[in-house]
Design a protein around this ligand. Structure first.
Ligand code: M6R
Length: 608
C-alpha cells in the first residue's frame, strides 16, 4: 500500500530513490513521484501517472542533490493521476511530503486550512499534511512537523523535506511501516527493507508515534512526548539477489519455483524427528501458557487466512483443542467468548496487513496470548505479538502470494507437532509428520519439473470466464487458495467451495461453460470427491482433477487430470496447491495479464 523512500547523505540521491522505488513498486503502482532539494527556494519535483519506469523517463533533468523523497502509490483518496501522485506540496512549493496510510480527519483540516488561505491542488488526504507543516512552520522544521502530526488522526508512514533545510529529512509513522537504514554518513528511510538493502544492511524499525529527524549525518528518534529514544539496530541478513528476478520472467514464477527451498528453510533446525516434536525457539518463552490454552483463534487475510484454515484441520486433529479461523477484519466485530486460555495466532507474510494488526491489538487488549506467524522480520506483527515463528523464506515480492502459503502451512504442521506433543500426541505420530515434512521439498520439486501438462491445460482453458474449485477436508482451503490465485492475477471469476456445499445451490451454475477443478488426492474424502465428479459430469460440466500419482481410475471419470506425489493426508495442501498456482500463472500469461502487478491490488494492504 504505497512505497516510500527517502535519502539523505553524500551521494546523488535520485538514482538511489528511483532504484528504491522500483523495489517497492509491489506495494502500489498507479502513480509515482520524486522530490529533491536543489538549493532553491522551491523543491524540484516530478510526478507521473503509472509506473516507476515512466517516472524514471521523466527524471532525465533531475538536479544533483543529496536529499530527497520518492513515492509509488496505491490510491485511496483521489483517483490515480498525476495531480494526486505524491510527493505533495504546500502553497510555497518549499515543503514536500510522501505518505502511506489514511489521514482520517483530513476533510476538517482541509476546510480550516482553506479558510486560512491555503490553496489545494489535489484530491488527496495527504496534501493537508504539507499545508499543516507550512502553517506550523516558523523557522524550526522538526518542530513544525511534530506540531502538524499532533493535529492529524489516522494511519501514516511519512517522509518530509523542506527547501530551507536541505540537510534535514524527517520521517514518522503510526500504523504504517517505516524503517530507517543507517549507512556511513548516509541514511535512508523506506516502507520496507528491500529499498534499503542496496545502501545499508543496518536498520532501526520505527514504532508507532516515533519521529526520526535526520540532520546531516545524525539521526535522532523521539516519541510522541518528545522523549529521545535509544533504538536497537538490526542487521538484515538476506541477500540482495533474493529480491531480484534472477532470469525468471516474473517474481511469481521465481517464487513458485523457490517453494522446495521455502519448505527447507521453514523447517531448517526445527525438526526433531527422534523426539517426535518440532523445536520452535520463538515459542519457548510462552511454553507454559501454551500448555494450558483451551482454544486457538487464527486470524489472517487472503492467502494467510487460507493457510490458517489448513492449520485448523491439522491442529484440531492432532493438538486437540478447538481452533477457529477468522477473517482478521471481522475479529473486532464478533463478541466471541474469549478467556485467558484462548490464544490468538496472527498469520501474515508482510506482518503489516492492517486488518490483521488491528485484530492482534484487539486480542492484546482482551488479555489473550498473542502469537505471530510472519515472514518479514521486525514487522509490526512480529514486534507486537507475545511470541512467534518466522517463515525465513526471504522476501516475497509478487503480489500473488505463493511461497508464503507453502511455508505457512509447513510451519503450521510444525506447530501441530509442537503443541500436540505437549498434549496426547505420541512420539510416533509426531515423528511420522516430521519425517513426511522432510520429504516434501523433493516431492514439490518433482511437480515443478513437470510443468508442461499444466501449461497445456492453461492454454486450453484460458478463455473460460468462470471456474469452480472444489476440495474437502485439508484440501478445502486449497480450493479457496486456487480460486483466489486465478481471480487475482488472471481476472477470471473463480469460486472456491467444499464439494459438499455444491449441491446446496452453486451446482445450478454448472454447464459446459463452467469448468471445475477438483482436488481429489487419495485421502479420507476421496470417495466423496468421486461422487462430486459424477454429479458435475452428468450436468454437462468439465472436470479437471488433481489426483495422486498412480491413480488410473480418476482418468476415466474426469476430463483432465494433473498428478501430485503421495504424502501424508494433512500435508497434501503443500503439494496440491502447486499445480493451482502454476495454472493461474499460465492462464494469466495466456490472457496477457501483468502477473506481478495485478490491477487494483498491492502487495501489502496497510489500510483497513
Ligand atoms: O502480508 P499478508 O500475508 O498479511 O497479506 C494478506 C493478504 O493481503 C494476501 O495474502 C493476499 O491475499 C495475496 N495477494 C493473495 O495472493
Amino acid at each position: 500500500m504505497c512505497g516510500i523512500v527517502g535519502y539523505i547523505g553524500k551521494r546523488n540521491c535520485s538514482p538511489l530513490l528511483l532504484d528504491g522505488l522500483s523495489r517497492l513498486e509491489y506495494r502500489g503502482y498507479d502513480s509515482a513521484g520524486l522530490a529533491v532539494c536543489d538549493g532553491t527556494e522551491r523543491l524540484w519535483c516530478e510526478k507521473t501517472k503509472g509506473r516507476v519506469a515512466s517516472l524514471r523517463e521523466r527524471c532525465f533533468a533531475v538536479p544533483e542533490s543529496t536529499c530527497g523523497i520518492a513515492h509509488t502509490r496505491w490510491a485511496t483518496h483521489g483517483e490515480p493521476n498525476e495531480r494526486n501522485a505524491h510527493p505533495h506540496g504546500d502553497c510555497s512549493g518549499s515543503i514536500r511530503v510522501v505518505h502511506n496510510g489514511i489521514i482520517e480527519n483530513y476533510r476538517t483540516l482541509k476546510e480550516k486550512l482553506v479558510a486560512q488561505g491555503h490553496t489545494f491542488t489535489s484530491d488527496t488526504d495527504t496534501e493537508v499534511l504539507a499545508h499543516l507543516v507550512e502553517q506550523c512552520y516558523s523557522g524550526d522544521f522538526p518542530a513544525a512537523v511534530k506540531e502538524a502530526l499532533h493535529l492529524i488522526s489516522g494511519a501514516y508512514g511519512i517522509a518530509v523535506i523542506h527547501a530551507r533545510h536541505p540537510d534535514t529529512l524527517i520521517a514518522s509513522r503510526v500504523g504504517s511501516p517505516l524503517v530507517v537504514g543507517i549507512g556511513e554518513d548516509e541514511h535512508v528511510v523506506a516502507s520496507d527493507v528491500t529499498a534499503i538493502v542496496p545502501i545499508t544492511r543496518d536498520v532501526v524499525y520505527l514504532e508507532d508515534g516515533e519521529i526520526a529527524v535526520i540532520s546531516g549525518s545524525s539521526l535522532t528518534i523521539s516519541d510522541r512526548d518528545n522523549e529521545c529514544k535509544t533504538k536497537d539496530h538490526h542487521h538484515i541478513e538476506w541477500s540482495l539477489e533474493s529480491a531480484e528476478r534472477q532470469g525468471y520472467d516474473h517474481f511469481m514464477l521465481k517464487e513458485i519455483m523457490e517453494q522446495p527451498e521455502a519448505i527447507t528453510n521453514s523447517t531448517r533446525g526445527r525438526i526433531f524427528a527422534e523426539e517426535g516434536t518440532a523445536k520452535l525457539g520463538g515459542l519457548d518463552s510462552v511454553q507454559d501458557r501454551l500448555r494450558t490454552i483451551e482454544r486457538l483463534v487464527i486470524v489472517g487475510m487472503g492467502t494467510a487466512r487460507n493457510a490458517g484454515l489448513v492449520g485448523e484441520y491439522m491442529l484440531e486433529a492432532h493438538a486437540e483443542f478447538p481452533v477457529e479461523v477468522e477473517f482478521a477484519s471481522e475479529f473486532g466485530y464478533r463478541k466471541s467468548p474469549l478467556s485467558d486460555r484462548t490464544a490468538l495466532l496472527a498469520i501474515s507474510q508482510s506482518g503489516e496487513t492492517m486488518d490483521t494488526c488491528i485484530a492482534l491489538r484487539e486480542a492484546r487488549r482482551k488479555g489473550l496470548l498473542t502469537l505471530g506467524l510472519v515472514n518479514v522480520t521486525g514487522s509490526s506483527i512480529a514486534r507486537e505479538t507475545d511470541a512467534g515463528v518466522y517463515n525465513h523464506i526471504g522476501p516475497e515480492i509478487a503480489v500473488a502470494s505463493t511461497k508464503a502459503f507453502i511455508s505457512q502451512v509447513t510451519i503450521l504442521a510444525l506447530m501441530t507437532t509442537y503443541l500436540g506433543r505437549m498434549r496426547t500426541m505420541s512420539r510416533a505420530t509426531g515423528a511420522s509428520i516430521l519425517n513426511a515434512l522432510g520429504e516434501l521439498p523433493d516431492l514439490a520439486k518433482k511437480i515443478l519439473t513437470q510443468t508442461d501438462p499444466i501449461k497445456k491445460l492453461a492454454k486450453d482453458f484460458a478463455r473460460y470466464e468462470h471456474f469452480f474449485y472444489l476440495g474437502r477436508g485439508y484440501n478445502f482451503p486449497v480450493a479457496l487458495e486456487g480460486a483466489l490465485k486465478l481471480k487475482e492475477i488472471a481476472y477470471v471469476h473463480a469460486e472456491g467451495y467444499n464439494g459438499g456445499e455444491m449441491k446446496h445451490g452453486p451446482i445450478a451454475l454448472i454447464d459446459s461453460s463452467v469448468p471445475t477443478i477438483i482436488l481429489a488426492p487419495y485421502d479420507s474424502a476421496y470417495e466423496k470427491n468421486l461422487s462430486h465428479i459424477q454429479e458435475l459430469k452428468v450436468r454437462g460440466g468439465t472436470v479437471i482433477a488433481i489426483a495422486t500419482e498412480g491413480n488410473e481410475e480418476i482418468a476415466t471419470l474426469a476430463d483432465e487430470v494433473l498428478f501430485i506425489p503421495k504424502t501424508l493426508e494433512m500435508l497434501t495442501p503443500i503439494l496440491s496447491v502447486i499445480p493451482l498456482q502454476l495454472f493461474a500463472y499460465y492462464v494469466a500469461l495466456e490472457r496477457g495479464c501483468d502477473v506481478d502487478k495485478p490491477r487494483n491490488l498491492a502487495k501489502s494492504v496497510t489500510v483497513e
